[in-house]
Design a protein around this ligand. Sequence first.
Ligand code: ZN
Length: 132
Amino acid sequence: MTQCEICGAEIKGAAQYILIGSSELRVCKSCARYGTIVVDKKAKARLLAKSRVKSESRLYAQMDQEIEEGMVEDYGRKIKEAREKAGLKQADLAKRINEKQSLLRKIENEEIIPSGEVMEKIKRVLNISLLC
Ligand SMILES: [Zn+2]
């Protein structure tokens, strides 16, 4: 017999496949309303891709906000010091984070505040925390 993965009841007739977050569940007709019904494999792939993109952009928006709220005042100096300590030239670090050197120079001069994405990359490469 086929069991519903939500309520555990036996599924009579065709099972429904639904998506909740990124997991696919085999459910009975009455539980299908808890998620998005998967019509076919292509639709499922599309749904998965969409939910991934959404959560990533949400993450970056959140990081941007955190940076604006909690950025240390001398972030440029901190980045520069950490970069020099790591023995990296501006051009080296720029290459490592896949950004232009001119962007990095502006960040170090505190002419611009880096986006959450750029900030994450800098933090990862230099192993520093710039937030309070
Ligand atoms: Zn059910």
